[in-house]
Design a protein. Structure first.
Length: 212
């Protein structure tokens, strides 16, 4: 069963210490005419713990600060995590950092795959090597990337794997939405853009992305 990406995305925001921003986000959705009307019944227990167990999640950029927080939270709640990145050295450094910070976590469960986030074929080869339930794209920076290919979302949509990113740039998120929304809708692939750590700043961008 696929993870419901809305709930997972909200859960992944929690490590960044932004409960007020998350609540503001939920309130805005609840009081808007947002078509799905899913926020009205969301509770902490629904935001994901049991949904994560035994799920396979690819975290692109998982060796970084934001990606590392996502990786450790996924691991903490029973998911199988693959970190996608460009340098195995960065991954090994991050893994040691996780061991130091969270000695109780079984980092041996984490796999590393080399990917180029701008090349869809590179990401596709990883997605086709395993049955993934979710792709989380945390490989920033996203600013000024409007004209740069987003191979991660392209590969996720074509592979029919739910996609979440932490894009913190409105124009980049809008460009991705414009390019991939129709294909994602046709293939019925959930895609959530801009679930970055600047929750209160990007509410409007998120609502528009959720609306698609």
């Amino acid at each position: 069963m696929k993870i419901q990406p809305f709930r997972l995305a909200l859960f992944l925001l929690l490590p960044f210490g932004l409960p007020k921003g998350v609540q503001a986000f939920l309130n805005l959705i609840h009081h808007s005419d947002f078509s799905f009307r899913i926020a009205s019944s969301v509770t902490d227990s629904e935001i994901a713990f049991d949904l994560l167990e035994n799920k396979n999640v690819l975290v692109v950029g998982g060796s970084g600060r934001v990606g590392g927080s996502v990786v450790t939270q996924l691991l903490k709640h029973g998911a199988y995590v693959t970190v996608g990145g460009t340098r195995v050295e960065s991954y090994e450094q991050a893994k040691q950092r996780w061991i130091d910070l969270f000695p109780q976590l079984d980092v041996a469960k984490i796999r590393f795959e080399k990917v180029n986030r701008e090349v869809a074929a590179s990401v596709l080869s990883v997605l086709q090597s395993n049955e993934y339930d979710m792709v989380v794209h945390t490989a920033g920076p996203f600013q000024g990337k409007v004209g740069i290919p987003n191979g991660v979302i392209e590969a996720a949509v074509k592979s029919r794997v739910p996609y979440v990113d932490v894009c913190d740039d409105y124009c980049t998120a809008r460009a991705a939405k414009t390019k991939y929304a129709t294909l994602a809708e046709d293939l019925k692939v959930p895609c959530i853009l801009s679930t970055g750590c600047w929750v209160s700043v990007l509410v409007d961008s998120r609502l528009e992305s959720f609306g698609t």
